[in-house]
Ligand binder design. Structure first.
Ligand SMILES: O=C(O)CCC(=O)C(=O)O
Length: 312
């Protein structure tokens, strides 16, 4: 195999050095087969620093307010041992994260994998502070479909996790390659067996990541993460789905599509307006004509579109 385009598929997740090779057909195939792909070096050092600062500000705010607004804590936040572990709607909460959501390289990868009608769905930051975070049990992600493998076994509903901190083997996401094709029974049996002890990685591979990398996973890929104390790991998750899947199967209502397309277009514009990205070719969002719904909705004044307001 040509070493320049080698896709590793052994005991590690397949990977792509995005700024050197771009996303090659072999990366697409590896992702579709294994349900996971590490995209190395997505962020420039400057953009990484901005995102790290934004992540810090959001976590500091959670600690100082001890609020549960859009924030998940390990325990009731007033308890002394409580720690925040997740913040929702981060594109609305920090401009550098909105600018990140307009990242042309990321969006072009998503266009290739999700298809031309991609829309952003979930945006969150999942993190471990030095105060600690419990194990994230083995799971598939939320918003599943009846007959999910038929809809997206090959991976058109994708979560992109952008790493702000190192994720070494003892503090990274582990995943089971090809579990994206498993039926419900095999999935449940395996997850139950693995979750029966504190941390069992039988059949799994570690997704070791560096700051500025992105880990793409098919939402059907079985994954989890060990408990950790004394280390920081912050990951910004952007999930994408094809608008035609949302339109026909949900989980959101049809009106959600136009709102999220408005936000995507705004993030691309915000990024293009920043002179430091002057050399960059902005992402050209061109869904099929029948899936251009951004003008159907009143112009949104917020980047926060609560899922619960748009469930079917
Ligand atoms: O980043 C992590 O530790 C895993 C996050 C995850 O799997 C989830 O939030 O569903």
């Amino acid at each position: 195999m040509n070493p320049v385009t080698e896709v590793r598929t052994d005991s590690r997740v397949p990977e792509c050095d995005i700024r050197r090779t771009g996303l090659l057909p072999e990366h697409v195939t590896a992702f579709r087969r294994q349900g996971v792909l590490a995209v190395r070096g997505l962020l420039t050092p400057e953009e990484l620093a901005d995102a790290q600062q934004a992540g810090k500000t959001l976590i500091d705010r959670a600690w100082s307010t001890r609020s549960m607004d859009d924030t998940i804590w390990t325990l009731e936040p007033h308890l002394p041992d409580a720690a925040p572990v997740r913040i929702e709607y981060v594109v609305d909460k920090a401009r550098p994260i909105a600018v990140l959501a307009g990242h042309p390289l990321l969006l072009r990868i998503m266009e290739q994998l999700v298809g031309p009608n991609l829309i952003p769905t979930w945006d969150s930051m999942v993190f471990k502070t030095p105060a600690g975070a419990p194990r994230l049990a083995w799971h598939r992600d939320a918003g599943l479909y009846t007959d999910a493998v038929g809809v997206t076994g090959a991976g058109r509903v994708i979560d992109a996790g952008i790493y702000l901190d190192p994720a070494p083997e003892d503090n990274c996401v582990w995943c089971i390659p090809e579990s994206n094709y498993w039926d419900d029974e095999r999935l449940t049996t395996t997850a139950d067996r693995l979750n029966a002890s504190e941390w069992d990685t039988t059949g799994a591979v570690p997704a070791v990541m560096r700051p500025g990398d992105a880990l793409l996973h098919n939402i059907l890929t079985l994954h989890g993460a060990p408990a950790v104390v004394g280390k920081q790991r912050r990951v910004i998750y952007f999930e994408y789905r094809p608008a035609e899947v949302e339109w026909q199967l949900g989980p959101h209502t049809e009106s959600y599509i136009g709102l999220k397309q408005q936000i995507l277009r705004s993030c691309v514009r915000m990024r293009a307006a920043e002179s430091r990205f002057g050399d960059e070719e902005p992402f050209d969002y061109r869904p099929a004509e029948s899936f251009r719904h951004w003008a159907d909705q009143p112009e949104s004044t917020t980047f926060r579109v609560p899922h619960e307001d748009h469930w079917r």
